[in-house]
Write a protein that binds this ligand. Sequence first.
Ligand code: G4P
Length: 290
Amino acid sequence: MTIQWFPGHMTRAKRQIQEKLKLIDVVFELLDARIPESSRNPMIDEIVGAKPRLVLLNKADLADPEANVWWGEHFKALGHSVLAIDANTGTGVREIGTRVQSLLQEKIERQIAKGMKPRPSRALIVGIPNVGKSTLINKLAGRSAAATGDRPGVTKGQQWIRTGSGLELLDTPGILWPKFEDPEVGFRLAATGAIKEEVLHIDEVACFVLRHLSAAYGETLRERYGLSELPADIPDVATAVPVLEEIGRRRGCLGSGGHIDYEKAAGVLLRDLRSGKLGRITLELPGDPV
Ligand code: G4P
């Protein structure tokens, strides 16, 4: 998957979401808990407007538990209702129904006052590719309702998916684009697998990850790869390369002539990070420069 967003794509994606907004009561803004800011579309406020919104920090199982709390506070301070969830196992997902009820309480009470029978609340999930939209739809639906994997442009007729807790979901999520302008954001997106290595070179992504891990999770890194020495600060590629080399040596990532294959070593590091083998890691904190 290579994502390349051009202004035309953005305008189309924005229009498609805004058309769907007319049909729904509440938006679920799905973010990656490991990179909540970098996985957030910068124009989301403008796109969603006044529609009630629930911010969902997905893949919270892979993110640092302490950082999940900080991010929760951050979004609350911005005035949002927010939940950390794991769409794969369903942790936190049951709480969504309760949150929707409290977000829409006034509207529901108005309907009751008018003698109307409240209908199920209707929701749309929006988020960047690979953030877990299909997985969450499946989890909420309780069956395999949406194909996982991202297939923009093949949306069939609009369908509603009934979920247990008085909630109906649009079966096709709204696909948002991440912001690419800042290289750090690009590295975070690549590190988590939101954009593939064709966009940014794997060695560079690995060096970015080493820089972050050495500063915030040095002990984890040392333990996992049995590193003898780890610089406290990895400010640039030149400082990162010897560390990547040692990881490669320890993991037997050898190329022709017995030289360390940096790409293989970078692949080991990124796979370990994405699968959670390096532990629960968050790649940005509230207030970090973007
Ligand atoms: P999308 O519709 O937003 O594009 O995302 P999708 O549901 O296809 O999920 C992308 C990948 O993320 C899937 O892995 C899925 O299992 C994983 N995922 C989704 N939610 C969670 C979560 O809360 N925790 C964890 N740990 N993983 C989650 P995949 O099929 O292996 O795809 P890939 O990782 O090889 O791209």
